[in-house]
Design a protein around this ligand. Structure first.
Ligand code: TMP
Length: 213
């Protein structure tokens, strides 16, 4: 792939504030006259959005971790083919709310390292993000925020998992960051939206746009 653009992903547990920060970053990039596109996983294309519905709310019973990981990955392949790669090859910034690290964190705990490595290689190959922000906060805080945001709505497939699962996610994301220090930046997500957005912007500016102004 000829990648003229920049691929930036946001990761973290439930209620970490990813969507807000995706929107903030896109806004700042567009203010500079740059093409920036916000997208999400699972989703981003009509077929991947249909798979999202099935994965998060449409199943009669739980899938096995392997089959769940494969459906998330199938949605990812469609997203990469139809939206992410074309946008990157025309020079756009693609800002994605979750990507392959989420499969590693959410499904990987119940799979072997080799299964998840091979699946990622098959689905993503060399299309890994240039930069990943991991929004980190204690599982209890994130879940409380997600509950408040949802109001009376029903918790989805993952929000309804036990607290231990969510604590494990935090550790899994921090491990991914440790193993990929060039790509991943851990952000303390307990702070204000503005403070977090400023840290993210400084990092993007330094890496891709030039000296901070
Ligand atoms: P969210 O976009 O609101 O965070 O919802 C997506 C949910 O799907 C979230 O609970 C994380 C989960 N998920 C996985 O389990 N594996 C994946 O590969 C992805 C992209 C998301």
């Amino acid at each position: 792939m000829s990648r003229l653009g920049h691929f930036i992903t946001f990761e973290g547990g439930e209620g970490a504030g990813k969507s807000t920060q995706v929107a903030r970053l896109v806004e700042r990039l567009r203010a500079l006259g740059l093409e920036a596109l916000a997208t999400r996983e699972p989703g981003g294309t009509p077929n991947a959005e249909a798979l999202r519905k099935v994965l998060l709310e449409g199943l009669e019973e739980k899938l096995s971790p392997a089959s769940e990981a494969m459906i998330f990955s199938a949605a990812r392949v469609d997203h990469l083919d139809k939206l992410i790669r074309p946008a990157l090859s025309r020079g756009a910034y693609v800002i994605c709310d979750r990507f392959a690290d989420s499969t590693r964190a959410y499904q990987g705990g119940a799979l072997t390292q080799s299964f998840i490595d091979q699946l990622e290689q098959l689905a993503v190959g060399d299309n890994m993000p240039d930069l990943t922000f991991i929004l980190d906060l204690p599982a209890e805080e994130g879940l409380a925020r997600a509950d408040a945001r949802r109001g009376n709505g029903k918790a989805d497939r993952f929000e309804s998992e036990a607290i231990e699962f969510h604590r494990g996610l935090r550790t899994a994301f921090l491990t991914i960051a440790e193993k990929n220090p060039q790509r991943c930046v851990v952000i303390d997500a307990r702070r204000s939206v503005d403070d977090i957005a400023q840290d993210i912007w400084s990092c993007v500016e330094t890496r891709f746009i030039g000296e901070p102004r």
